[in-house]
Design a protein around this ligand. Structure first.
Ligand SMILES: [Zn+2]
Length: 434
């Protein structure tokens, strides 16, 4: 507990440091991670050797451009022993599931020390946004992401929280929120926006949190307005990924997102090369707290922009924004609900026996699901997948699951896990009208 308090104090102090000092901290951590990965992780050793690079060659943060970018497919194709550190006992690590946008469930491993740093970096941004330990919290999330771990402040009787499933109908979520009366609400933009619409429609005014925060999906400006109006606050969004924790977050300026350069390196690239500031490109991250399974120059699947602007709030962490989320579609249902692809991938990630999946909404009546068989594919894999999806979509749409050996590759370069032909038509229509 004392370790956590001291680390939090240190991380909070970083917010008052100037950019030079922050960059020094980043470089020191980067050098240590590179050295560790080179000597202990076979994949990175080979990657470095392939371009005749030694850890000592990384003298500045910009020198990491000498390391080739790694994408999801490359890491996923590796044996665990190839991509994890030989000197870290994986059995003792925390395991996190993710499939991101690719529909290929995979595990990420964190040492407890790294996980603590990532966790506290999140907390730092929440505290900066005004969170107090005495606040009662409500989390509207996928139940797989519910808090189960007791943090040090919970042992002190602080930060009471309640979870609300994002799979619950928006009206039910609103009923739960009225009961909880939270000071702090955190959830996905898509599900908070649906709840917000109910709140506005029904003229509900007794859910008045001091702080609302969103993460994990691209926040559309319309959803932001809706949520702000419903809760009568200005929400704070953050950019995060399972492979890296909290990458960037909004301050009171609500313009761009401060990058946590003391815990990660963010580049915006076109292929291996960085693009200029204010230009769009692929977000490539290096997680400086990834000693069990390092992520070094890892293409995360989002499109972003780095800013050269200095923030008026005084925090000297540099700024960025994302412009396109993970390349997926929302599923549109007859009852008007729009289901986030994250809810779909989050559900199928936890069905054992699936190597890869693809969910395609053909029309308003039918969703077809391809499940590529993994090693532990069993009799009940299909029925479990069907049940999980039914829980999200309800009975209004037919769900057809088929087991296959391999998912056929799409013509496009990006492999997408969730595709909605309905959303695609709606987008095309909107474009024509514009
Ligand atoms: Zn700021």
């Amino acid at each position: 507990m004392l370790g956590s308090i001291l680390l939090l104090k240190k991380l909070k102090k970083h917010l008052s440091l100037n950019s030079t000092r922050l960059e020094q901290i980043q470089l020191k951590k980067l050098k240590a991670l590179i050295m560790h990965a080179y000597h202990n992780v076979p994949y990175y050793r080979k990657l470095f050797d392939s371009v005749h690079l030694k850890p000592e060659d990384i003298r500045t943060v910009n020198d990491i451009r000498l390391i080739p970018v790694t994408d999801k497919a490359a890491l996923r194709g590796l044996e665990l022993s190839e991509k994890t550190a030989g000197n870290v006992n994986i059995e003792n690590c925390l395991k996190v599931f993710t499939s991101g946008s690719t529909g290929m469930p995979t595990n990420i491993y964190y040492t407890h020390e790294d996980y603590r740093a990532i966790d506290l970096t999140y907390l730092r941004s929440f505290l900066h946004n005004g969170l107090r330990f005495t606040y009662k919290r409500a989390f509207i999330l996928d139940p797989h992401s519910f808090e189960t771990k007791k943090r040090w402040y919970h042992h002190l009787g602080l930060a009471a929280y309640e979870n609300v499933s994002c799979f619950a109908k928006p009206r039910e979520q609103v009923i739960a929120l009225r009961k909880i009366k939270p000071d702090f609400i955190h959830g996905y933009p898509s599900s908070l926006a649906l709840a917000a619409a109910v709140i506005i429609e029904e003229g509900i005014t007794d859910i008045r949190p001091s702080l609302v925060s969103t993460a994990a999906e691209l926040l559309h400006s319309k959803d932001r307005e809706l949520i702000n109006k419903a809760f009568d606050v200005e929400l704070y969004d953050r950019y995060a990924a399972r492979e890296c924790g909290n990458i960037a977050w909004e301050c009171d300026e609500h313009r761009e997102y401060h990058i946590n350069i003391d815990t990660c390196v963010v580049e915006i690239t076109n292929g291996n090369d960085p693009v200029n500031a204010n230009e769009t490109g692929d977000v490539v991250i290096t997680n400086l707290h990834s000693y069990a399974m390092p992520f070094i120059r890892y293409k995360i699947g989002d499109i972003g922009i780095l800013s050269e602007r200095k923030c008026l709030c005084g925090v000297e962490l540099p700024l960025m924004r994302t412009v396109e989320g993970r390349d997926e579609d929302f599923i549109t249902l007859n009852d008007g609900r729009r289901i986030s692809p994250m809810m779909v991938t989050g559900t199928l990630d936890f069905v054992p026996g699936i190597k890869q999946f693809r969910v395609v909404q053909e029309n308003m009546e039918e969703i077809t699901v391809l499940l590529a068989k993994g090693n532990d594919f069993g009799q009940d894999t299909i029925s479990k997948a069907e049940k999980g999806l039914k829980d999200i979509f309800g009975n209004g749409i037919k769900i057809k699951c088929n087991a296959v050996e391999e998912i056929p590759r799409e013509n496009s370069v990006k492999v997408r896990a969730v595709i909605s032909k309905v959303s695609a038509q709606m987008r095309a229509k909107a474009k024509n009208q514009a």
